[in-house]
Design a protein around this ligand. Structure first.
Ligand code: ADP
Length: 270
């Protein structure tokens, strides 16, 4: 368990120094211990997330190998496809882990690229359409004044953050629902938002959404191909761009995720 605010941990050492005297050194290791607990939790989570699909893959491969002579062809195909699905899931998890670790430890992002907001948002909308496969009504609202907006930042990172929010909206909104992508800007800065009328999130869970591996409903997240790392990645990217992530949601009604950029990150196409 992580230490409470009042629960400080001190490491006290007695160190001898010249003339038979001794010195008492005390170090506050509360934070260190907390980090160590987080590290252990993280490793346990990663191992669990990889072990589950790996067990499924070996199970199916073994079944196919054992029954190669008598299993009907359709069964072989079905088992192999299920095994493939699980390996794709593992690949996605490893990719997300690498992205997260690069964001946490890597050098500062190339934040001075000029990213055309209109182009980026049209790509995000097309990708959301593909993922939705006709199951949702997806709209893109690029305010007239904002069509020439340019964001100063990393094209790759901004794409990844916006795409993550849009794909969550698709994945957590039942078929028949609506998803609205929008961009607004004024003298104070710009805001990208994704609004859905999907399953929504309970107020007590909202503050935990950007924690690594936190999911409100593990089953649903996995079913729709989630790794539980998307919003942790979004949070890092957003803060690397001095932006802010704002989440409003109500269970059963829907959610709105917005990224607000300061005016210093915004310019216009001449
Ligand atoms: P995941 O891969 O599980 O989607 P994320 O980090 O992207 O991981 O999101 C964390 C959790 O936040 C999800 O598992 C889901 O419970 C919740 N969530 C994210 N976006 C939405 C949304 N638009 N509507 C409802 N719940 C959401």
């Amino acid at each position: 368990p992580s230490p409470r605010r009042t629960d400080r941990r001190l490491l006290v050492q007695i160190v001898p120094f010249g003339g038979g005297q001794k010195m008492l050194i005390s170090r506050d290791i509360t934070q260190l211990e907390k980090l160590e607990t987080m590290r252990q939790d993280f490793i346990a989570n990663v191992s669990h997330e990889l072990r589950t699909p790996l067990t499924v893959v070996s199970g199916f491969v073994e079944t196919v190998a054992d029954g190669l002579d008598d299993l009907p062809r359709e069964d072989v195909e079905r088992f192999l496809n299920l095994a493939l699905e699980q390996s794709t899931r593992m690949q996605r998890l490893i990719e997300d882990l690498l992205t997260l670790s690069a964001l946490e430890t890597g050098a500062p992002a190339p934040h001075e690229e000029r990213v055309d907001v209109g182009d980026l948002l049209r790509t995000i909308a097309q990708e959301a359409e593909l993922l939705s496969n006709g199951r949702h009504a997806i709209t893109l609202d690029l305010h007239d004044d904002a069509r020439a907006d340019i964001l100063l930042g990393s094209q790759k990172e901004l794409h990844s953050a916006f795409a993550n929010l849009a794909s969550n909206a698709v994945r957590y909104t039942p078929a028949g629902g609506s998803i609205a992508l929008a961009w607004r800007s004024d003298d104070d800065g710009g805001e990208f938002s994704v609004t859905d009328d999907g399953i929504g999130i309970d107020a007590r869970n909202i503050s935990r959404l950007t924690e690594r591996f936190f999911r409100v409903d593990k089953g649903r997240s996995r079913e729709t191909g989630g790794t539980g790392l998307g919003l942790a990645i979004v949070k890092h990217i957003v803060s690397r761009h001095q932006a802010e992530l704002c989440i409003d949601s109500a269970p059963g009604k829907g959610s709105r995720f917005a990224v607000r950029f300061p005016a210093t990150r915004l310019t216009r196409r001449p």
